[in-house]
Design a protein around this ligand. Structure first.
Ligand SMILES: Cc1ncc(C[n+]2csc(CCOP(=O)(O)OP(=O)(O)O)c2C)c(N)n1
Ligand SMILES: [Mg+2]
Length: 813
């Protein structure tokens, strides 16, 4: 083991023990590690006795984490994973009680401040927002971005958290924001990841991106040799991460690359030295670093789902016992004369008690409100049993609930439901009271478990007031891309925190020139080229947005959104919900699609997207002016959004609104783009033009189609504009270029089920979509793969034929 520790520069205000190595601070580290271990041991038992559903703990990783905590300072960020309980405790961001509250899924945000019971145990976060939804100051506290479960998914966001420091240091126009978000970009974004998760593609994509971005990231790899049961030899080339990462090492000539460190997970002084020296360079020079912590252990195995004796050899298990980091640290403290064995024994005894008591208090606090609800329900059920002819059945239901010692809310609600079924049709006063109480509980549970998918703050995108486009007599008629360009120019000049990034966005101003000339005007940090790395373009934007910036992140084509759909779905879309409104990342994702040429430049996989990104708004404007209106709205709001521009519309002519920087479109407001009385055609994006063309042809045979552009798929027609049209036409066609049963089926469900459109129909509702396969290449390929003027004509005509065959005879087949 390394030498004794000596104090370093004490001016770096420490967050954990900092760089001062007093006996007290070392003992404090030890006790946090020990208490954390006790929490893991007790936690596992809590799962096996049925009080918690699942456990995944940080045992074996404790000592490295108390060492890492010393490198943190207020203003820093963490993006990590489920092994970090000790780090959280050492940073003062998680109490033992809170740890247990999350284990029990306590839905009270005061008791379980990481996710209000929404995430499983060991998914950490800190509150980043004021009650009104604005960002709290980030510089006087340590900020933990909310964890997710998919392995390595903490990495793309980490890239953005780190990169924001660089922007705050290097962009003078962000100076005004530094009081809340940055001290000269001195903040480090710390990451943690398991060794096996480094086999994921996005690990390598993120490491590469951060190296290119020269962002101040300090990444710790907790290497315990396994990913569940699979050893390093089957995870990583050469079985050795340090070896394969070595190509990223900083080159002395260019200064680019990483500082790489390797240190053992049981070597407390070595870990402290390594983290403290590494972080100094990261902070000062904005050079990223990786600390590969090897020889870590996992005394209780991966999780409560199975035992590690199944896959670890006896030798390995013995080695893990011997090299248990807490045991090693204890010995080192005794050898160094920091504490005697007797003193440590006494401290350990006390720590065992502290952990047990915290567990008991957390359990009691978790149970108390539920037991209260149960008592109330039992009282009401007793009352109902006395009043009802079905009293016996109600009594049975009541008894069953009473007998459950640790009844959950679902058990209470199931009993109430059963009693109401048993007494259906009766008029006892107790029934009304029970129904009212049930409704009240449903409302409370809605808040506990379902709130905050979208913003409900004063800045919510849904509350942004619309501003109509204004046209002057001399307003110029421009190419679509020039309209967008004017919009982005206005946004960049009005909001200093707007940062555009993406492939080819910088120098050439994107492949369709939406940002043409804007890098020259605003500089390469405001309008940036990135590598071809969709996942980390989105991750970068998420991290930046969590630090107060307003990224417009571009995915070059809609077809390539599949590369980042996972991170959009798992991270961005869930962020506000999974923290019950304690964190946000108002990212704007820009892409283009629907129609151009060939399989991978004209896809429109909208249902796939819609179904995975609830939590984002999805705008599908039919032209660039509408797109500009949505960008302006999203920039005023604090929700994330996706805007799909129409790929074949950049060279179509549009009149430039005089207020291109200010005009705003409301989300969830369809527009009737052609009025008609016979059939309603509901569509969006590029299909609007096709529907309008078809409507013109239909008018020639006496059919008046009403064409409605839904404009945003999420949210969808908030005021029921489409059902209003159905009241008039009583017939409907849902049209788009997704696959059959794709977004057209979604629109149908929204209109017929949610809006009650079914009641107004005189004809069967229809959908017209692209074929099941991807679009073929060339104009004919497009024509025979996607809806076109003729197929729309025929679909509408057939609806009319069905209701009046004489007036509308089929003449084309
Ligand atoms: C994308 C994804 N695949 C699989 C899993 C299931 N899983 C959870 S943890 C884990 C092993 C991770 O090992 P490692 O990164 O070494 O971290 P450790 O648990 O050993 O600390 C796996 C396969 C997951 N959470 N996410
Ligand atoms: Mg591992």
């Amino acid at each position: 083991m390394s030498q004794p520790l000596t104090d370093r520069d004490a001016s770096t205000a420490p967050a954990g023990g900092g760089s001062q190595f007093t006996k007290e601070s070392i003992l404090r580290d030890y006790r946090i590690a020990f208490q954390s271990r006790q929490a893991s041991l007790i936690g596992r038992k809590e799962v096996f006795t049925g009080k918690a559903k699942f456990g995944i703990f940080g045992d074996g990783k404790e000592v490295a984490q108390v060492a890492m905590a010393r490198a943190f300072r207020p203003g820093d960020f963490r993006s990590g994973y489920y092994r970090d309980q000790t780090l959280m405790m050492a940073l003062g961001l998680l109490t033992l009680e809170q740890f247990f509250a999350q284990l029990y899924a306590d839905a009270d945000v005061e008791r379980e401040p990481c996710s209000a019971g929404r995430s499983m145990t060991a998914h950490f976060s800190t509150c980043m927002l004021e009650p009104d939804g604005r960002f709290r100051s980030q510089i006087d506290r340590i900020n933990v971005s909310a964890d997710v479960s998919p392995t390595a998914s903490q990495m793309p966001r980490l890239a953005g958290l780190a990169y924001a420091s660089r922007l705050y240091r290097e962009l003078p126009e962000l100076q005004a924001m530094t009081a809340t978000f940055s001290r000269n970009g001195d903040e480090v974004a710390f990451g943690t990841i398991g060794n096996a998760s480094c086999a994921e593609g996005m690990f390598w994509e993120s490491v590469n991106a951060v190296g290119v971005l020269r962002a101040p990231m300090l990444l710790a790899i907790w290497d315990d040799g396994y990913g569940i049961s699979v050893p390093n030899e089957l995870q990583i080339t050469k079985g050795d991460l340090s070896a394969v990462l070595s190509g990223f090492r900083r080159s002395p000539e260019s200064g680019q690359g990483y500082d790489l460190h390797t240190v053992k997970g049981w070597d407390y002084p070595g870990l402290c030295e390594t983290f403290l020296s590494a972080v100094q360079v990261v902070r000062r020079e904005h050079v990223p670093a990786i600390v590969h912590v090897t020889e870590m252990t996992q005394p209780q195995g991966h999780s409560t789902s199975g035992s590690h004796e199944r896959y670890k050899s006896r030798e390995r298990l013995e080695w893990e016992t011997e090299f248990d980091p807490i045991r090693k640290m204890r010995q080192w403290m005794i050898d160094q004369g920091i504490a005697t064995a007797a003193e440590l024994d006494a401290a350990q005894e006390e720590d065992r008690r502290i952990a047990r008591e915290a567990q008991r208090r957390a359990w009691e606090a978790f149970r108390a409100p539920i037991d209260e609800e149960k008592r109330t329900a039992l009282g009401m059920l007793g009352e109902l049993a006395a009043q009802s002819p079905a009293g016996e059945e109600v009594r049975r239901v009541r008894q069953e609930l009473e007998r459950q010692p640790a009844a959950l809310r679902r058990d209470v609600m199931a009993a109430v439901h059963a009693a109401l079924v048993a007494t259906a049709g009766e008029e006892a006063p107790a029934i009304r009271r029970l129904v009212d109480w049930k409704q009240e509980q449903m409302r409370l549970n809605e808040d506990r478990y379902n709130s905050d998918l979208y913003s409900d703050t004063p800045q919510a995108a849904l509350k942004v007031a619309p501003v109509p486009a204004v046209y002057e007599p001399d307003s110029p008629v421009l190419n679509g891309f020039e309209v967008l360009n004017a919009c982005f120019d206005a946004a960049l000049s009005r909001f200093p925190n707007v940062i555009a990034l993406g492939e080819d966005v910088g120098k050439i101003g994107d492949v369709n020139q939406g940002f043409a000339g804007l890098q020259a005007k605003y500089g390469p940090l405001r309008v940036s080229d990135t590598g071809i790395r969709e996942t980390t373009i989105i991750g970068q934007a998420i991290g930046m947005a969590m630090r107060g910036l307003r990224p417009i992140a571009e995915v070059q084509y809609l077809d390539y959104i599949l590369y980042c759909l996972q991170i959009l779905s798992d991270d961005l879309a869930t962020l506000r919900w999974r923290t019950k409104g304690l964190q946000k990342a108002p990212v704007i994702v820009r892409t283009r699609g629907h129609r151009l040429e060939g399989i991978w430049h004209s896809g429109s996989p909208m249902a796939g997207i819609l179904n995975l990104v609830r939590g984002l708004f999805v705008c599908v404007p039919r032209n660039m002016t509408q797109a500009a209106g949505f960008y302006n709205t999203l920039l005023e709001g604090d929700d994330p959004g996706l805007v799909v521009e129409v790929l074949n519309g950049y060279r179509l002519k549009e009149k430039l609104p005089a207020n291109i920087g200010e005009f705003r479109l409301s989300l969830g407001m369809p527009e009737v783009v052609r009025e008609g009385s016979h059939v309603t055609v509901v569509t969006y994006g590029a299909c609007c033009r096709i529907a309008l063309d078809a409507a013109q042809k239909l008018a020639e045979v006496g059919i008046e189609a009403e064409v409605i552009d839904v404009q945003t798929l999420l949210p969808f027609d908030l005021q029921g504009r489409i059902v209003e049209s159905l009241r008039k036409t009583n017939r409907v066609l849902f049209l788009d270029e997704d696959v059959p049963g794709g977004a057209s089926a979604y629109m149908m469900q929204q209109v017929l089920e949610l809006q009650g459109g079914f009641a107004w129909l005189d004809s069967a509702p229809r959908t017209l979509t692209a074929k099941e396969h991807r679009p073929s290449y060339g104009s004919d390929g497009d024509y025979f793969s996607k809806p076109n003027r003729e197929s729309v004509f025929e679909a509408v005509y057939e609806i009319m034929h069905e209701c009046d065959p004489a007036a509308f005879p089929i003449f084309y087949r």
